[in-house]
Design a protein around this ligand. Structure first.
Ligand SMILES: [Zn+2]
Length: 405
């Protein structure tokens, strides 16, 4: 399906611009006019992470005139395995700051607009309205549904990508010309069922494959060339080195883009996805909205260290690590017993833990442990707590000799 160009051409290019973009201008389908469309284009990249890294760099190199970058995270050492827009000296800096500097060094003719915030229902429409298209490099379901709905409401194309371990998927959701994300994925998976890359890992170079397709699709939409991935879902398996293309269709009963939509404004996407919001990093013992919502008692890393040293006055606390063996090989808390979250879900874990024993459950960041703790509490265990912030908080506050991940 060919579509007309998304963006009007800018004023004629300067001599410097023509030289910089000569290899584009030489392509008949792009030409001077296509390059002027790129210069006039405004692309919002949500997430300066694995997918955002190649997308940001190639969009800047291509001469997309205005690139917005949304992220409220800082660069961590464990990001550098795949987030190649950042470097070693950027660890600890805001990802928006780091990527803006990298893009400026690549192409100073491009205007990079930093949005140092987490995109949410209160700011999404206003932010996206200012751009021609959204390139989605997010790694979680609430933001994905948020971007979808905002793009549907504003009529913008949503250039989407998703990665996990060796698998990648990408498509353009655009209700004006084809299905939206909800047409194909009307419901999010049950919370916690699909592990994130932070929990399950991802092949770093897979980000380049998927993120560069997203950038290519953005360029094609802007210039108005080729067959955009509207109505097609590409599924990549890096182990088989295969790309499969599935045709996907609009759903006339879609709740946001269908004939009788019931979603006419942005909603609470954490709630829709059955997720608890992320715990607050760097604030051990701080009030935790996730914990308040889940009703699971929490203990901070420092509180647990006190407890284990006997200063808390308690001994005989059983620590349970609900992570997988690969995660346990990176960092952990000495003396913990490994009982995987799946054993809690199946019910097998409940009988392994005496109901009158004090238990502290932990995982990487304190979300999975809340689920396990809730299962124990509902089974009648009385003294169960979840380690707030998980092993990450333990490494940060108690044992910095271990790696974070
Ligand atoms: Zn739809």
């Amino acid at each position: 399906m060919a579509l007309p160009p998304l963006v009007e051409p800018s004023a004629p290019l300067s001599v410097e611009e023509i030289e910089r973009y000569a290899r584009h201008v030489l392509i008949p389908d792009v030409g001077m006019l296509g390059q002027r469309r790129l210069k006039n284009a405004r692309v919002l990249v949500v997430g300066a992470g694995g997918l955002g890294s190649p997308a940001l760099m190639y969009l800047a190199a291509a001469g997309v005139g205005t690139i917005g970058v949304v992220d409220d995270d800082v660069v961590e050492l464990s990001n550098l395995q795949r987030q190649v827009v950042h470097g070693v000296t950027d660890v600890g800096r805001l990802k928006t700051e780091s990527s803006a500097q990298r893009l400026a060094s690549l192409n100073p003719l491009v205007d990079v607009v930093r949005h140092d915030v987490r995109i949410d229902p209160t700011n999404a429409l206003q932010m996206i309205a200012d751009y021609d298209l959204v390139l989605d490099g997010t790694d979680n379901f609430p933001t994905r549904y948020l971007l979808n709905d905002a793009c549907v409401l504003l009529g913008k194309p949503h250039v989407w990508g998703s990665i996990y371990r060796f698998d990648g998927q990408t498509s353009i959701w655009w209700a004006r010309h084809g299905p939206c994300y909800r047409c194909v994925f009307p419901e999010p998976p049950p919370a916690g069922l699909v592990p994130s890359c932070a929990e399950g890992g991802v092949l770093g170079v897979l980000c380049a494959a998927v993120g560069s397709i997203q950038a290519a699709e953005a360029v094609k939409l802007i210039v108005g060339i080729g067959d955009p991935l509207v109505g097609r879902l590409m599924v990549h398996d890096a182990l088989r080195q295969s790309w499969d293309v599935l045709t996907v269709h609009r759903n006339p009963d879609c709740v946001v883009c269908g004939e009788r939509p019931t979603i006419t404004e942005l909603v609470d996407y954490q709630d829709f996805c059955g997720m608890t919001p992320p715990t607050v990093e760097g604030m051990p013992g701080a009030s935790d909205p996730a914990a308040a919502r889940s009703g699971v008692p929490q203990i901070s890393a420092l509180g647990l260290a006190d407890l284990l040293s006997g200063r808390g006055g308690a001994s005989g606390v059983l620590m349970v690590d609900v992570r997988g063996s690969e995660e346990r090989s990176i960092a952990g808390i000495p003396g913990a017993r490994a009982i995987h979250l799946d054993e809690f879900r199946s019910g097998a874990a409940v009988s392994q833990i005496p109901s009158d024993q004090a238990v502290v459950i932990f995982c990487r960041a304190g979300v999975r442990s809340q689920e396990a703790a809730r299962i124990l509490i509902e089974a009648g265990h009385r003294d169960v707590r979840s380690l707030q912030g998980g092993v990450l908080a333990w490494v940060r506050d108690v044992d910095p000799t271990q790696p974070g991940y």
